[in-house]
Every structure is written in structure tokens, then in C-alpha cells.
Design a protein around this ligand. Structure first.
Ligand code: FE2
Length: 337
């Protein structure tokens, strides 16, 4: 009798342990915004699934996932930029996810079979209002126009943001034309590439550069800054939505996928589906001054509204991946480093 009880209690313990395990999600996140806290709390409240979060820099987290291999505790990996997600995918880090809900909520051009975008950002042209005219920088192609000689500033060509942009140019214009473009941009450089997007914005405002490109959330951050000097600085910077007369402005994404070796795959899919909910979309996008991917979800962000509406390039975001290696090579050849 005693023995039976012990076996039974062990069995019960095993069941309880299994149940406890199902109620956990291990999240590797390269996002660290305050609004994300609310996002995770709400998920736990709604589902009872506790989130263990490991935060890190984008490339470090990806390396960690690769090194851990099948032993990785990670269920979901969240990061920014399609190039990074594509690289993660090329390493075989993601599992395919079949979800009717995700497919119905997220437009087809904003997901692949393995990863999903949950917010979008645009890569726009910025210019010094006293040095450059908006009509002279209406397209990405214009950055290579000899008219802008000595005026173009850029961060490194090897950065994922620029690789994604150039991958989109290859998809639209082909490799040869894009290489010519890259050479033209290099010939227009005001200085060798350095710094991040915010550094380009500051240099444009200071007049060191006439024109540069930047992701929109950096601009929104400065437009809605508490510091008066940031807002003053933005008065000297004009913003152009490139290619409005044709294919639209290049957009990129924040996105996530289920890790191939996820120990909690059901929780992982639930979490990805949760990120596509109205409420989560607002937190997720607005936390970094981005736009929701679900078309029916509206945000209330004065800085984004101040920038106005634009036509976005609908090139499938997964297609960028095919051109990233070619983008890197042609930028190297063009001396855009
Ligand atoms: Fe960024």
C-alpha cells in the first residue's frame, strides 16, 4: 500500500512538473523598451504563462543561440531588422510556424514561413533645410546624383539597416544598377562612413552633411524629446519619404520567430499570436516609435503623425534575405564600408 502511494505521488509530481513546465516561455529579446514590460505582464495575466527573459544585443543573442544549439532554453527569439532575422533563419535557428491567426493578422509581405514582423520602421532621407532642397532628394537613386557631391553622410555600409536597404534596391533595380548607385553615393560622401543613425541626424542638423538616411524611430525620438535642444535641432532637418512617385519607401521591421529547439512550442506560438493582438501591437510598435503591422490597429503617436503618411514599399520582407550577401559584396566593391 505504502509503495503504491509512493509510485502514485511520484507520478503526480511528474504531472505537476510537466504542467509547471508548460506554463513558462523562455524569450531571447534584443528589444529593451519600457513599454515591453507591460507587454509581457499582460501576456502572463492572460495566459498564466510566465516569461523568462534573456536580453542582449542583437548579434550577441544570435551568437548565443548558435552556440547553445539544441541545448538552448530559448523558445522565441525577438530582434530587429529583416537582415538579422534572415541570417538567423539561414543558420536554421527557427522552426516553421503554422498559425491561421498570424496569417490573417499579418500581411503576407511582412512574414515568412518561419518569422513574423510585429512592427515596421521606414528608412527615410533626411536633409539640411538650408543646404539641400527636398525635391533634389526625392528618391534613393538621388543620393548618387553628382549634384550632391560632398554632401552625403552615412553609417557603415555593412550595418544591417543599410544592407537591408541595398538588398531592396537590388530586388527592384538589379545588381549592376545598384552597384553603379553605390559608387555614385561613395563619390558624394562628405566624409567616410561612421556612427549610427542618430549621429547622421546630428551631422545633418549641424551642416557637416547635407543629406543622410535614417530609420524613422530615431527621428521620432528626437522630435518628441524632453530636451528643447533636440527639438530645435530637428527644425533644421527636413524629412523625405523616398520613392513616393513609384514603389514607395523602404521599410524594415522588428520581428520574432519560434526557436527550432523550443521546449515550450505551444507557449511560443501563443506568444507570437499575442504579439499580433490589438493591445500588444500598440505597445510593441509604440514602445520604439514604430508602426503596427496589423493594418486595423492605430497608434496615437504625435511624433509619427507629425512625419505624415507615406506609401511603403511592399516588397516581401523575406525576399530581402536573398540579396543581403550580394548587397554586402557590391558595397565592398564600391568602397562603401
Ligand atoms: Fe536602431
Amino acid at each position: 500500500m505504502k509503495k503504491t502511494l509512493t509510485v502514485l505521488s511520484l507520478a503526480l509530481l511528474a504531472v505537476t512538473a510537466a504542467q509547471a513546465q508548460e506554463k513558462v516561455l523562455n524569450l531571447y529579446s534584443a528589444r529593451h523598451y519600457q513599454t515591453d514590460e507591460r507587454l509581457y505582464e499582460n501576456f502572463t495575466q492572460q495566459t498564466g504563462i510566465k516569461i523568462n527573459r534573456i536580453e542582449g544585443k542583437e548579434d550577441e543573442l544570435m551568437e548565443r543561440l548558435r552556440n547553445e544549439g539544441a541545448n538552448s532554453p530559448a523558445d522565441v527569439f525577438i530582434t530587429v531588422d529583416a537582415t538579422r532575422l534572415a541570417v538567423a533563419d539561414s543558420y536554421g535557428l527557427f522552426a516553421p510556424v503554422k498559425s491561421k491567426l498570424l496569417e490573417s493578422r499579418i500581411p503576407a509581405h511582412l512574414h515568412t514561413d518561419t518569422w513574423f514582423a510585429f512592427s515596421t520602421r521606414a528608412r527615410v532621407i533626411i536633409y539640411n533645410r538650408s543646404a539641400v532642397k527636398a525635391e533634389d532628394v526625392a528618391t534613393y537613386a538621388s543620393l548618387a546624383d553628382p549634384k550632391l557631391k560632398g554632401k552625403v553622410c552615412s553609417r557603415s555600409g555593412a550595418h544591417p539597416y543599410n544592407l537591408s536597404l541595398v538588398a531592396s534596391l537590388i530586388a527592384h533595380d538589379g545588381e549592376a544598377k545598384t552597384e553603379e548607385w553605390a559608387k555614385g553615393v561613395v563619390a558624394n560622401f562628405a566624409r567616410a562612413p561612421k556612427g549610427g543613425d542618430t549621429d547622421q541626424i546630428k551631422s545633418v542638423a549641424a551642416g557637416e552633411c547635407g543629406v543622410a538616411v535614417s530609420n524613422t524611430y530615431y527621428l521620432a525620438r528626437l522630435i518628441r524629446s524632453d530636451k528643447v535642444e533636440d527639438r530645435r535641432m530637428m527644425e533644421r532637418v527636413g524629412i523625405v519619404w523616398p520613392n513616393q512617385a513609384n514603389r514607395g519607401t523602404h521599410i524594415n521591421i522588428s520581428g520574432a520567430g519560434m526557436v527550432k529547439t523550443a521546449k515550450n512550442p505551444e507557449a511560443a506560438v501563443k506568444f507570437l499570436e499575442y504579439l499580433a493582438s490589438d493591445e500588444a501591437q500598440r505597445y510593441f510598435a509604440d514602445g520604439n516609435n514604430e508602426w503596427p503591422v496589423v493594418p486595423s490597429v492605430a497608434t496615437n503617436n504625435p511624433a509619427l503623425e507629425a512625419m505624415g503618411k507615406f506609401k511603403a514599399d511592399e516588397l516581401p520582407i523575406g525576399n530581402l534575405a536573398r540579396n543581403v550577401a550580394a548587397a554586402q559584396k557590391l558595397l565592398d566593391r564600391a568602397g562603401y564600408r
